[in-house]
Design a protein around this ligand. Structure first.
Ligand code: HEM
Length: 550
């Protein structure tokens, strides 16, 4: 790979049977690849022996180079500068905050030292496309983050870029993410950090390399989810954290200590998988209406479970099912939550074919006379509604983080494409109608993200019950806000990409996939309509207690 070529050397490889090209001063041997090139062999032969950078970037994005570089690159031009030596201090280290320069005649307020300390700013990170990353990635101040958040961002991004990003489209089409990736989520300590609680160091020896357990907070969880979502695949994200992130927390928060000790370590290491089974063919957001029944056996040692669950993320791969069941016929006061183990027998799962989130394993489940030990009751009998409700804030925050990042991905892809695609003699970005679309995308993304940060901060400071009551309405509202933002951005990005986001794969792959994934965010975890209604009802109820004056 370190071989150096002159342009004259490369020019000698200019026929179909000996075909080199140059892209960005790197030299690629496409002789064998040309036959399988999806864009055709002829088009490559036409640029054989030449600098094809312009043609390459017209038809591909950087993920293609990343994917094929190892296999096809044979060296670089002798004019290419040697790669920079790594800096002595890691780039993630904090720098002096950037201070805006004063404009002559204007009085610039000087931040107090205390305020400057609270509102940190960090080195710029990422591509610096405005609004394509959160503002704290781009040297703007924020009171919420410290060096551990910066370090985690880098740790996750490097892993995602190397191991995940180049394969996402393939995995989505195959409707499966390799098991080794889930296992790595466990080994890297990420699964343990995704439960909406303090890092459960007592149940696992897995650790996150860049963040000690005692420093782990809700913003770390947010960054982890956000960085995974840069892949632009709801299927990938739900495969890795969809079932676990909603099925796991009830166990760790409400199960008996013996049960947590028995199954917790296997869950946190990624050896075992879990999902949340609430929704039924006939009961979705209306949890009180569920009918899957659990009857206590005569000896009082087991529940016998019979019923069906539908649209259950990760169900086909799960060993454990955190399941809402009916233990009495008193509406919401007759719901309990059981940890059902596949090994008990009587559990059947089949994959459902859905519009989106293909690699997430959406599942139809039947429970037939499944014997569940009473020790597997999560929370108290007939008080499962509280367990389910407490879980909703965490689930919805997860959906919000993903939706906002997916909206950003649609926006980012659009900005990049608009800078290279020309129509009517101008780049797309030079058409006001395209800039208007980008502006409407960006304003919704930023508004949603800023509210998200505020709510994550509130969750961090409030206890579980206070958060459920006081934040339930706002989180429901932001869930609706972020999924409508996602839907808007997916639509507008599709319009900008045109035909490229109508066909699968290629430059429009992320946009096409996300457009298909939208409904998987707008409907589950509480549909937009129910969320918006709840946001007002819940807020009014709580503020009445707080002393609201009308
Ligand atoms: C390192 C060299 C190259 C690799 C690894 C490569 C790889 C690919 C791949 C994987 C695709 C499928 C679409 C996608 O996933 O984006 C594709 C499509 C295509 N490629 Fe290449 N390519 C290379 C160089 C070139 C060059 C130099 C040209 C033009 C001179 C070219 C023209 C095309 C065209 C026209 C398509 C079809 C685009 C479409 O469907 O819209 N490729 N290429």
């Amino acid at each position: 790979m370190s071989q150096r070529f002159s342009t004259v050397d490369v020019a000698a490889h200019n026929i179909a049977d000996d075909l080199y090209i140059i892209v960005d001063e790197d030299v690629y041997d496409l002789t064998k690849f040309a036959d399988e090139h999806p864009g055709g062999k002829k088009i490559l032969t036409r640029v054989a022996g030449k600098d094809a950078s312009k043609q390459f970037w017209k038809y591909h994005n950087e993920s293609i180079l990343k994917k094929y570089q190892k296999q096809l690159q044979v060296g670089s031009l002798d004019t290419k500068a040697a790669p920079p030596t790594p800096p002595a201090t890691p780039p993630s280290q904090k720098k002096e905050p950037v201070k805006p320069e004063t404009v002559s005649g204007a009085i610039a307020p000087q931040p107090t030292e205390a305020a400057a300390e609270e509102a940190e700013s960090f080195d710029s990170y990422g591509d610096l496309i405005p609004y394509a990353d959160p503002s704290w990635y781009q040297t703007y101040h924020s009171p919420y983050y410290n060096e551990t958040h910066v370090a985690l961002r880098e740790e996750v991004r490097v892993w995602v870029e190397e191991k995940i990003m180049p394969n996402v489209t393939e995995w989505d089409e195959a409707k499966k993410v390799p098991d080794e990736i889930y296992k790595e989520m466990g080994d890297r300590g990420y699964l343990a950090g995704l439960l909406g609680i303090h890092y459960p160091a007592q149940y696992t020896d897995k650790r996150v390399a860049s963040v000690p357990p005692e420093k782990w907070d809700h913003f770390h969880e947010m960054i982890l989810t956000d960085e995974l979502s840069r892949t632009g695949s709801g299927g990938l994200v739900w495969n890795l954290i969809g079932g676990y992130g909603i099925g796991g927390p009830p166990v760790f928060k409400f199960a008996k200590p013996e049960l947590i000790k028995r199954i917790g370590p296997g869950l946190l290491s990624g050896d075992k998988r879990i999902c949340l089974a609430i929704t039924e063919p006939d009961a979705g957001s209306d949890v009180a209406g569920l009918t899957c029944e659990a009857k206590l056996s005569e000896d009082g040692k087991h529940y016998i479970v019979n019923g069906e669950k539908k649209w259950i993320t990760n169900g086909i791969w799960s060993d454990y099912f955190t399941t809402a069941v009916r233990t009495s016929n008193k509406g919401m006061n007759g719901v309990s939550v059981l940890l059902i183990e596949r090994s008990a027998g009587g559990v059947s799962t089949r994959r459902m074919d859905c519009q989106g989130v293909w690699s997430s394993g959406t599942t139809y489940i039947t429970f037939e006379d499944v014997k569940v030990p009473v020790e597997n009751l999560i929370g108290k009998e007939n008080q499962g509604f509280k367990v389910v409700m407490t879980n909703f804030n965490h689930e919805r925050i997860g959906i919000i983080i993903q939706s906002v990042r997916f909206a950003r991905v649609c926006y980012e892809e659009s900005v990049k494409y608009a800078h290279k695609r020309k129509t009517f003699g101008k780049k797309l970005i030079d058409h006001p109608v395209i800039r208007l679309k980008l502006a409407h995308m960006a304003r919704q993304i930023e508004a949603s993200y800023n509210w998200l940060e505020n709510l994550v901060y509130q969750c961090q400071l409030m206890g579980e019950t206070e958060a459920m009551l006081k934040l339930g309405g706002a989180i429901a509202s932001l869930k609706a806000q972020s999924t409508t933002t996602f839907e808007f951005c997916a639509r507008e990005a599709s319009q900008i990409f045109g035909g490229l986001s109508y066909s699968r794969g290629g430059q429009g792959a992320k946009v096409e996939r996300l457009y298909r994934d939208v409904r998987a965010y707008a409907i589950p975890g509480g549909s937009e309509e129910i969320m918006l209604d709840l946001s007002i009802r819940q807020a009014l109820r709580v503020h009445k207690v707080l002393g609201m004056k009308l």
